[in-house]
Design a protein around this ligand. Sequence first.
Ligand SMILES: [Zn+2]
Length: 313
Amino acid sequence: MHEDMTVVQRCQQIIAEWLKGMGLELKPSKTRLAHTLHKYESQQPGFDFLGFTVRQFPVGKYHSGKNSKGSLLGFKTFIKPSLKKLKLHAESIRSVIKTHKAAPQEALISRLNPIIRGWANYYSTVVSKKIFSGMDKLTYQQLRAWGKRRHPNKNHSWVANKYWQTIGNEHWVFANRKEGKNTLRLKKHSETPIIRHIKVQGERSPYDGDWIYWSTRMGMHPEAAARVATLLKKQKGICAHCGLYFKDGDLLFVDHITPRKKGGKDTKENRQLLHRHCHDTKTANDDKTVRSTNDNSQIIEEPYEAKVSRTVL
Ligand SMILES: [Zn+2]
């Protein structure tokens, strides 16, 4: 991003040359120049990147951003969740509620919570406050319809009393019971505090070989399952089998240290993160030892597999 168009165009040339050296090129259909404040070649201002919309808005002097020398810019920069991702998220909440029409409330809550938590975390570093409360409103409306449908002969307050609780000072919590043991409550998007993003350290690049930094940062990606993210951090980005760093694009596998078929439990202590191919080697060895003691053992599929997404240019 730069205030001078010719600088941006020059950057495009330099990037194209750099990619050429690696046998790659910018794809015209995925490349465009945009203005963040004004219309440009009849396109709306702003651009979407990795699920965010970056855009600037003209504002008066009291709200204006300032440049590094402290003079007023006349506009303010907002980074928000993109409309496309907003719709996708609303859609995934809707479809979970739809497929849990007859399921117990606990099952619905357990299914929705990780979706809400993951999404809210991903967008917790940008301008999301209003969007979060909007999402909560939308979720509430759908849950209300969900409750009503289950009890067609009861009125609204009966349904509300059954599925919504007051917990502490908080009203309208979608939960199976008031406080106590085994209370399961639905997370709200707006519970997630907005903490502005800390910029990637100036000189860092995925090509500088600092895989610890990048592997642990990868753990913050919303598409990395929570277990994978936790293990990435715990293992400092290193495969527990071969001792090499995980790299962008590697297939990762959550493995049970003591295999399930040998009585190993699915607990935090018994999980480790491996390269997919390292997992295959380990399993082959595990099987040998299992077969020698128990010929009737079954091969049980391990449940988690994740592909860490690739860097997008
Ligand atoms: Zn490995």
